[in-house]
Design a protein around this ligand. Structure first.
Ligand code: SAM
Length: 349
């Protein structure tokens, strides 16, 4: 990684004493300034929530002062940390310094701010849960548009490997009368999904939709997952299966992901360890076939992976198509049955 020119560090320091640390994380001054502004605004506008979020983060004690008579203990629960943080004589300064140091260590901004905008949602993100990506937002909003146009009846969706719940929750909020089951194996993800459901209850109720986070291991056997889906929605009632599963190989994780992702985002969300990187797709196609779903929508990593998944779909009797993302990269594979949901082929323009 190229070193940052010292002139840039000086420029940053002349704007704010916190900016050089943020710059070491972002590596460009304009992004660093924007991040500092967002952090400052978030702290000023939502102080209570911001402090509570900060108290949960892993490097919490790194920059705390010793002004209070109580001695800080690293093993404290976050609620006690929060109490302590409130006792600091100048919390704004402490908060900014702490956030800047976290960014210097490539800690994701979204975990610091506690949310990520996702179309009309403001999705809660917590450490241990994958941060929703713009490609996922693009595919979900396009999919919602297609569903609204072509499927006016009540819709049942299963979002397998749901993480924060962003995909399924947005579909339920945008497409009227939709029931979505968000499925994950991670306790942190399920807690985050529940928070997101509560936070967006108003939108769900306006849409007359439902969202349910539920635990299930997608890599358990196909009959078990089929039984699970039938128990949640009723036999033969699942219309659509969407999934952005872990799909990066171990080699790809070490070589192609950014340092911030490698250090701080959950590996469980990205790499199907010890097995082929297409294992989730293979399993989910079998499940979709067994539950007689009308469509499948997958996020994938590349054109090559899209082609492999299309081959798998073809072998199992599904027609398929690829949607390129806004960079022209093949990132979404959709599958449907002959004489069924052909409209799923229509890619974002
Ligand atoms: C790539 S993330 C996707 C999260 C979210 N859908 C999104 O697009 O932002 C994959 C998710 O799969 C979950 N996961 C990993 N293994 C799983 C399994 N065996 N069964 C169910 N979920 C699993 C992870 O916890 C993680 O939340």
């Amino acid at each position: 990684m190229p070193r940052i020119p010292s002139i840039l560090i000086h420029q940053a320091a002349s704007v704010s004493p916190f900016l050089p640390s943020i710059l070491r994380g972002t590596r460009d001054l304009s992004s660093a300034r924007t991040e500092l502004r967002w952090i400052t605004e978030e702290f000023q506008q939502n102080r209570t929530a911001f402090l509570a979020n900060l108290a949960r983060l892993p490097y919490f004690p790194a920059v705390l002062q010793r002004p209070s008579r109580i001695r800080y203990r690293p093993q404290w629960k976050w609620t006690k940390r929060l109490e302590y943080l409130r006792l600091q004589p100048d919390p704004a300064r402490i908060v900014l310094r702490q956030c800047a140091r976290l960014r210097e260590r490539h800690y994701p901004l979204q975990y610091i701010l506690g949310t990520q905008p996702f179309h009309l949602l403001d999705v809660v993100v917590r450490p241990g849960v994958l941060i929703p990506r713009p490609e996922t937002e693009e595919l979900t909003s396009h999919l919602a548009g297609l569903l609204e146009t072509h499927h006016p009846e009540k819709l049942n969706v299963i979002d397998l490997c749901a993480g924060t719940g962003c995909i399924g929750l947005l579909l339920s909020c945008l497409v009227k009368g939709t029931t979505t089951i968000g499925v994950d194996i991670s306790k942190s993800a399920l807690a985050c999904m529940a928070e997101n459901k509560t936070k967006h209850e108003d939108l769900l109720s306006i849409a007359g939709s439902e969202y349910r986070p539920v635990y299930h291991d997608v890599l358990s056997t196909v009959p078990k997952t089929v039984a699970f889906i039938n128990s949640q929605l009723g036999p033969g009632k699942a219309d659509l299966i969407v999934s952005n599963p872990p799909y990066i190989s171990s080699a790809g994780f070490n070589k192609d992901t950014s340092r911030s992702v490698r250090l701080w985002e959950p590996r469980l969300a990205l790499v199907p360890d010890g097995v082929d990187e297409n294992v989730f797709y293979d399993r989910i196609i079998d499940v979709a076939t067994e539950v007689h779903a009308n469509g499948i929508v997958f996020e994938v990593g590349s054109w090559d992976q899209a082609t492999s998944i299309q081959r798998l779909m073809g072998k199992k009797g599904w027609k398929s198509s690829v949607w390129p993302d806004f960079h022209g990269k093949g990132r979404t594979v959709v599958a449907f049955r002959e004489g069924g949901w052909e409209w799923l082929q229509s890619a974002p323009s």
